[in-house]
Structures are given as C-alpha cells and as structure tokens.
Design a protein around this ligand. Sequence first.
Ligand code: NAD
Ligand code: UGA
Length: 432
Amino acid sequence: MKLCMIGAGYVGLVSGACFADLGNTVYCVDKDLDKVNMLNKGKIPIYEPGLAELIKKNYSSKRLIFTSNIGHAITHSDIIFLCVGTPTSKNNKSADLSYVYKAASEISKFINKFKIIVTKSTVPVTTGDKIEKIILQKKRKKLFEVISNPEFLREGEAIRDFRFPDRIVIGSNNKNTTRKLEALYEPLIKKGATFFATNRRGAEIIKYASNAFLATKISYINEIANLCEKTNVNIEDVSIGMGLDKRIGSRFLRAGPAYGGSCFPKDTNALTVTGDLYKTNLSIIKTVIKSNAKRKKILINRIKQILSNKIKNKKIAILGVTFKPNTDDMRESSSLVVIPYLQKKGAIINYYDPSGKKKEFSKLKNVFFCKSIETVSLKADLIIIHTEWDEFKSIDFRKLSKNKRFKIYDMRNLYSPKKMKKLGFNYFSIGR
Ligand code: NAD
Ligand code: UGA
C-alpha cells in the first residue's frame, strides 16, 4: 500500500519505517526542514535502538521517502496517518490540538481521490469528529474517511512494540475502512497481534484510558513501596506476589522514581480535563497525578535522610538522567526535579548518561557531565542510580569511588540488598 505519515517524530518515524519494512511505500512528511534534510542524509534525529538500520535499509530500497512536500505525499498515498504532537496546552492541562487541526486542514487541500485519514496521535474523544468537520469544509464526504488507530509503542522499545503489539485498535464508523486497515496490519496479526475494532470515539478513549491505567499501576506500586520501607518488607516480593494473579498481571509493577516521559504525565492531565469538560470527575486519575508529583518530594527526602541532612558540598554521582533507558528523552524525568534541588542546596553533582550530555543541566552551577561510570563516581559521597540502563546493572562498586565510605541509592532496585550488605556497602533502594 502507499502510506503517508504526517510528522516524522517518534511515532511517525518508527511506524513509517516499520510499515515500509513490511513492504509498503511510505512518505514521511515533516514541516521541520532540518529534520527532513537530516533524514535524507542518513542521520536519525531520535535515539531509538535499531531505528537507524531499519531506516537505512528501507530508504535505500526506496520504500521510505522523507519530504516536506505534503501535497505530493498526499496525492500519492491511499492511507494518511496523522502523527503530529499533542503536547500539553500552554493555558491549561488539556491536549493542544492545534498541530492536529492544522495538519487536517493541510491534508484537505490535497485530497484528489478517496483517502483514509488515520489519527495515530493521542487525541481526546471527539477529535475525530472535529477533524472530519475541518476536511468537510473543503472536500465531499465521499472522498475520505477519518478513523482512529491509537499507537501503543514505548520509547526505547518502539520497533519491537510495533512489530509485536498485544493489540491493534481501530476506531472506525465504516466497515470497509476497518477491513482495509486490517489488511494493512495483516502481517502483524498473522504473528499473533489481536485486531480489535470499535467505533472512532471508543478507540480515542481506549488510548487515554490505557495510559492512565498504566500510570495508576505505577503510582500504586510506588505508594505500596513506601509502606514496605516502613514495615521492612521487600516490594519486589509484593510485586511478584500480586502479579501472579492474572487479573492483576506482573507488568508495570516496578517501583521506582516518579513516572515520567512525554506521554503519561501529559495524557493523564489531558484525560482529567476531558472528564471535567463532560462533567465527569475522573478522581482516581487526579489522585494519581498528585501522587506522582509527591513521589519526587519523597525521593528528595530520602536522599536527605541518607546524607543525614548534610547536602552542602557533598559529591553526588547520578547514573542515568533520562526518564527511562534506551532513550535520550528528558521530558518529565524526575532527575529534572531532584538534580536542581540538590544543586541549590550546595551539592556538587556529577552525572553520566549513556545518551550523552543534557542541555537541561548546562546552566546549573556545579552540575557536570562525565563520560563514564568510573569518572562520575570518582570521589562520590553518594552514588544514585536513577535510570536502569543495562550498563548500570553489573557495576563493580569496589573499584569505583576513592571515598571508601560512599553510599549508594539504587532507585531502580538493580542490586540485591543482601549481597550489597555482605560486600560491606552502605546501600539503599526502593521499598526494600
Ligand atoms: P514528536 O514531537 O516527536 O513528533 C511530531 C512531529 O510532527 C514533529 O517532527 C513536527 O515537526 C511534526 N509536525 C507537526 N505539525 C506538522 C505538520 N502540519 N506537517 C508535518 N509535520 C508536522 O511527537 P511523537 O512523540 O511522535 O508523538 C506524536 C503523537 O503520538 C502524540 O500525540 C503522542 O502523544 C503520541 N504517542 C507518542 C508515543 C511516543 O512514544 N513518543 C507513543 C504513542 C503515542
Ligand atoms: C508509554 C506507554 O507504555 C506506551 O504504551 C504508550 O504508547 C506511550 O506511553 C505513549 O502513549 O506515548 P513510554 O512513555 O515510552 O510509553 O514509557 P514507559 O515504558 O511506559 O515508561 C513510562 C514511565 O513509567 C517511565 O518513567 C518508567 O520508568 C516508568 N515505569 C514503567 C515505572 O516506574 N515502573 C514500571 O513498572 C514501568
């Protein structure tokens, strides 16, 4: 099939490359000329394992085309995916839909024959109705169908998530269109993905409800971890014991720092705004948002406690600053709250992240980027493991800090408290 992805960001680029790899011809359109030029030179604007190789392969076989010429891409495609951003609005916590509506309006100019317009961007319920109205201003109803196909991929595991999704959700009010999408996804369905079709508004709610549920699961286990710390119980055992119940499930029950990233924080907020708009109090999600904000304060208090309230001039090494491993994304990472707080209190921070130096910390005095685990930890009083990158999972701490009395705060529970105690380390973790 001939496809067009509007927006070559995380979603557009990854799904575009994966669709091309399944044998489709894919136009990836972005209004950001620098991004398009970069892609045409073989450079990848995001950090995503495996993506460079996939793009290279499909670009050279001419199945993947990068362009800023939206008109050309639309006239040559049968299915158009909207993959533009839906960030938090500047005025309130709703989703800013201006990119979606602008793109819909641009698409409407170039519809020359029947097109399926698919919203992959995460959008509040009834956005599909509005997109349809925008296009109807320029084109007759017979010439297009607007449907929803929410994306569930995770950063850092995006290609695997695209290729082996648990489910493919299509929200469409037209059976023929649903069948065309089913045909597009057939290779994934054959490998075991469940294809689930509902109406357009239903799919829009499924996306937000899923993200908010996962955020709830994480906040829930984080609060239980607080209780475990007070009662000398191991949170890992609790997660396993709970997760063995198939009704609960074992995934997304890892206690840690506050959840972050470009999606959970923005989508939970946007969903509560939608609820309010329809006079529906989504009180559980509102509580989750508060609990997650509080989590950052809890982490800071724990650090203070570990350092006996003496932060000034303490050398603190931070391992990993991104919100999760295998991404360079810093959005809503709890390190953005923890590091400035410690710096303000007079700590000297050295941080190392495998995805490189971060502009977010470049203006902070006494916050330095180091290039390895060894250099970052050299004279540390406290080593904090903030993100669970693979290379932090088998550190020989005995060889690290010259300060023999250094402490370790493992926010991702990568090490065994028993073993660390045996080795003589002053080791703290989450909920254990
Ligand atoms: P992004 O910011 O990485 O990419 C969006 C791209 O769209 C940008 O490159 C921007 O220049 C481009 N763009 C905006 N308006 C355009 C226009 N009119 N024409 C052409 N290009 C245009 O965003 P993202 O992370 O890919 O997210 C996109 C959507 O998918 C959001 O709604 C997000 O919530 C959702 N989502 C994201 C993820 C994820 O892991 N990042 C996963 C699932 C769903
Ligand atoms: C999340 C969802 O998992 C995707 O399904 C969804 O498509 C995406 O949002 C989106 O809508 O954009 P992502 O934000 O990439 O994906 O990352 P996750 O792996 O979900 O992690 C989010 C945060 O939760 C991270 O800070 C992570 O450290 C934290 N987390 C996750 C935990 O603290 N514990 C867990 O058990 C799992």
